[in-house]
Every structure is written in C-alpha cells, then in structure tokens.
Design a protein around this ligand. Structure first.
Ligand code: ATP
Length: 386
C-alpha cells in the first residue's frame, strides 16, 4: 500500500500550526510510539508497536509485504487513527485515545514511492509548494527567501540549476530527488520515506540511497524509511526496526540485527542464514555437532532452539586440499548462485541436510567435492514462532 495518493493535498499547504498538547513521556524523543494498535476488520495491522527515536536519527522499518510498515507510517503521518496506544512527535502528543492531530498539523512530510510530483508545476514550484510565500507570487522578500530555499534543497539532492524543468523532463531517479527536496524544503522535524526507491533500477537505487542519506544528514532531519529490502535498510539506517505480522521483532543498529538476531525469524529475514535445530536444552555456550561438523556456539538462551549459521562463516576448499582443519566435512556442491563479486554455493551434506557457503568470484562447480567447515562462532536463538 502506498502513501502517494494522500501526499500533501492543496489543503495542507502552509498550515503548520502548533499544538500545546505535551506528551509527558515523550519529551526527550523526536518520535515516541507506545503500544500502538491498529486493526482493519480481522487484520491486526499493528499489534502493540513501540519505538523511540532521537532527533536526527535515521530509522529503517524493515519487514515483508503486509507486515504493517505502511500502516505504521500512515499512523505517524496522521492518515490513520490509531485504536490504542499513543504517538508523540517532538514531545508533542499527536495521537492517543481521544486525540488525533490531522496530518497538516504534525510537521511531518512524506516521500512516497513514485508519481508524487505535480506534473503541471516546474521542479522549483514542486519543491517550493509547501513553503511560506508559495502562491503569493515570486516578488518581494518572501519570494526571494522561497527561491533561495528551493535552490538550496535542489543542491542538497544534486539537482542544482534544474528548477525550471518540468517533471516529465526528468528521469525516474531525478523525480525522486525532487520529491525528497520538496519534503526537506519546509525543514520538517520528521521525514517519512515510503519505499522511495522501489520503482528504480538496481544501480540507480544504490546511487540514490547514498545521496538521500547524505541529504537527510545535511538537513539534520529525523527520518523513517519503510522498506522490504534488507540491503537498503542495512546500508542506510542508523537503526533498523524489523517487523513481522504487525509487531516489531527487534530494533537495533544494522550490525546488531545482523550479528545478534533476536530469533530465528529475524536471522533468516535479515541476510541469509541456515538454521541448525539444537537438541532440547542445549542452548548454552559450547560446541555443537552439526552436519557441517562441530560448531562453536555463543551466548545461549534457555529457550534457544536453533543455531544461526551465516553463509560467509562456511569455508570451502577442494577435497584434495590440505588446508582444511581435521574436522572439516566432505560434501558435494549442489548448485551455485553466481553474483559476479561473490557466489552462494549450496552444499549437500553427508547427513542429508543442506547448507550454504558464500565464496569469492571463483566458486566450485556443481557436482564438485569440497571440504567444508564453519569458522568462528554461531549464535543460538529461539525460534521466534509466535
Ligand atoms: N485500509 C485498509 N483496509 C483493510 N486492510 C488494510 C488496510 N490497510 C492495510 N490493510 C491490511 O493491513 C495489513 C498491513 O498492511 P500494510 O500496507 O501496512 O503492510 P506493508 O508492510 O506496508 O505491506 P507492503 O510492503 O506490501 O506495502 C495487510 O494485511 C493489509 O492488507
């Protein structure tokens, strides 16, 4: 679901009035979400969602399709009323039982998926749309201030000097840059990005990710990016909130959610991982026998049920090599997914299981016999089944 249809209507223009409703628990944070619930018929789109953000922070909300990411964004923007819980922005309560501040009073701007620009307005007029002085002519001090801010924002997104162009004269990537410039122009304390790169090709996405990150940092904006693309979330965000079935399963830095997943579901959703089921009660530190030989297990939890083995931890050498440790297991390469800079090799293990190994750009061939072992230690996690 996209926010684009609801992005800034004429009625939103320039209305940024304040509210005196202070949230007692949210005063220190740019964003405070506490136990927010939202239901559509039988679907619990948000199930007691809580999170806080500091000013200037960039949070990615990462989860599969239908997990509730857009609903969370829409509740923050004010397009949806919450059923329970509370939301405060900059210490100001904007949603709680009995209070629902409309979108134009929340000081939030949205960068939607695509098609958000007004086709009949120039790039400069699109960017300046919500600014003081828009619609009042371009002369005078206000007009000059507005023009200055528009050019500043276009420069921030790498489009300096392109204000006179019309949207149809821009590429898809340039149009998304304009949408970002428009969102940043009123200096909003919170910018919401709803899968803003989804319509772009792979190389453009990568380029734009870095530029958007830089522009947001320069603007000092607090930002939330909704995405189902783990690479996008891990490469751009200060912290990642991993969502599943209307709940936030884990919030942490990209390194934390990747290296220390809370449960097996997070481990397999954020990056590739193979799970080894642990014998009951074997969650504590030590060595575990697996189809890939003995694996060192870190920090077990009493309820741990699976060991997380990342493909980059699995080492491979030809079966005839003498470079493998004595506990390496002789396996057969089943298939190879070649990605250019690296490859994901699927191995058929002697115990009938499969495991994956990430290799360099010269992987072994399907059918080849190799020695495999796990390097470093693996984390034991609970299954995460609700
Ligand atoms: N207005 C609505 N009426 C009924 N159901 C809705 C409505 N909006 C969302 N839902 C349902 O709520 C759930 C969460 O939807 P949401 O759009 O938030 O998910 P999402 O994670 O953003 O998915 P996607 O990545 O596919 O956009 C889904 O089951 C969806 O069908």
């Amino acid at each position: 679901m996209s926010l684009s249809s609801l992005f800034r209507t004429e009625g939103d223009r320039g209305q940024m009035t304040g509210s005196t409703t202070v949230d007692p628990g949210g005063a220190q944070h740019a964003v405070t979400v506490v136990d927010v619930a939202k239901q559509f018929g039988a679907v619990q789109a948000l199930d007691r969602v809580s999170l806080t953000m500091e000013a200037g922070e960039f949070l990615a909300v990462l989860g599969p399709s239908g997990c509730g990411k857009t609903t969370l964004l829409r509740c923050l923007a004010g397009f949806e009323r919450i059923d329970a819980g509370r939301i405060a922005l900059g210490g100001r309560a904007v949603a709680l039982p009995g209070i629902h501040l409309p979108p134009h009073r929340r000081h939030v701007t949205v960068v939607p998926q695509e098609g958000a620009l007004f086709p009949h307005l120039s790039v400069a007029d699109n960017v300046g749309f919500g600014l003081d002085g828009s619609g009042t002519g371009r002369r005078g001090a206000r007009g000059a201030r507005r023009a200055g801010r528009v050019e500043e924002c276009l420069e921030m997104v790498g489009l300096a000097g392109m204000g006179a162009r019309m949207p149809h004269e821009l590429s898809g990537g340039q149009q998304q840059r304009v949408a970002l410039a428009r969102a940043l122009a009123p200096r909003p304390p919170l910018v919401l990005l709803d899968e803003p790169f989804s319509a772009l090709d792979a190389s453009l996405r990568t380029e734009l990710r870095a530029d958007v990150r830089t522009a947001l940092r320069e603007a000092g904006a607090t930002a939330i990016l909704v995405t189902h693309d783990q690479g996008e979330a891990l490469s751009m965000a200060d912290r990642v909130a991993v969502m599943c079935d209307g709940r936030i399963r884990q919030v942490g830095t990209p390194e934390e959610v990747y290296a220390r997943p809370e449960d097996a579901w997070v481990a397999t959703f954020v990056g590739e991982a193979d799970l080894v089921e642990l014998p009951h009660g074997q969650g504590g530190p030590g060595s575990v026998a697996t189809g890939l030989g003995p694996v060192l297990m870190t920090q077990g939890r009493a309820d741990a049920s699976h060991l997380v083995v990342r493909p980059e931890q699995v080492r491979l050498v030809p079966e005839t090599s003498t470079d493998a440790p004595e506990w390496a297991v002789a396996t057969t390469v089943r298939s190879v997914d070649f990605h250019g800079h690296d490859a994901l090799v699927t191995l058929g293990l002697p115990d009938g299981g499969v495991a994956r190994a990430r290799t360099g750009a010269t992987p072994p061939h399907p059918g080849e016999r190799v020695l495999a072992w796990v390097e470093g230690s693996c984390r034991a996690v609970p299954s995460g089944d609700a």
